[in-house]
Ligand binder design. Sequence first.
Ligand code: 5GP
Length: 218
Amino acid sequence: MIKENNQGILVVVSGPSGCGKSSIDQLLIKTRKNITMSISDTTRKIRGEEKDGIDYNFISKEKFLENIENDKYLEYATVHSHYYGTPKKNIDKFLKDGIDVILEIDIEGARKVKEKCPNAVFIFIMPPSMEILKERLVNRKTESKEQLVERFKNAYKEINEVTKYNYVIVNDDLNESLLKMNSILECERCRVDRIEDVYLGNQEEMIHELLVDFDNKN
Ligand code: 5GP
């Protein structure tokens, strides 16, 4: 009766370093069907257990600049003194095939995506408090003192942009945040602007059938 547009949804997820957005996204793609994550290019060094080609494509600054020249990015930004970019490759294909694509990017990148893809869904992940964010950042032991200060300062700047997003999730409990992410995606699937066509059949014929059914039952 209703023909929906079966395209995937472009989901932009931002939030300060240490808010837990990667944990939520990883769990989401493990537990939900038809969703994938875009793998960004970055010029920063590998951190902790990260793997090249899985967490990021770790590339040189020269290669990144060459990619910018060749218009290879949907968006890119300098975050914490390093380049990060979303390769255009594959995104359109996934969306056309009905696969939702998550972009885990900073506020600057999100702003650029909003200009290019206004139908994307923008979700901001908040830490429950700045004290908890500070603890999470210190406890993960992956940054130097200077890097920690830079990330913590950026967190204030990023949180101030929350009202530019469509949804906010305060990440207190991972499972609850996952539930909220799934709910947002289900909601987005039900938006009326996803309807391509509504077909109700021929009204005269339906009324005729209605009267026949009535007579048969009485
Ligand atoms: P991290 O170094 O902690 O992995 O990421 C630092 C920040 O860069 C995070 O806010 C992350 O969301 C953002 N980021 C990761 N990939 C991209 C990207 O492709 N584009 C933009 N604009 N930001 C990104």
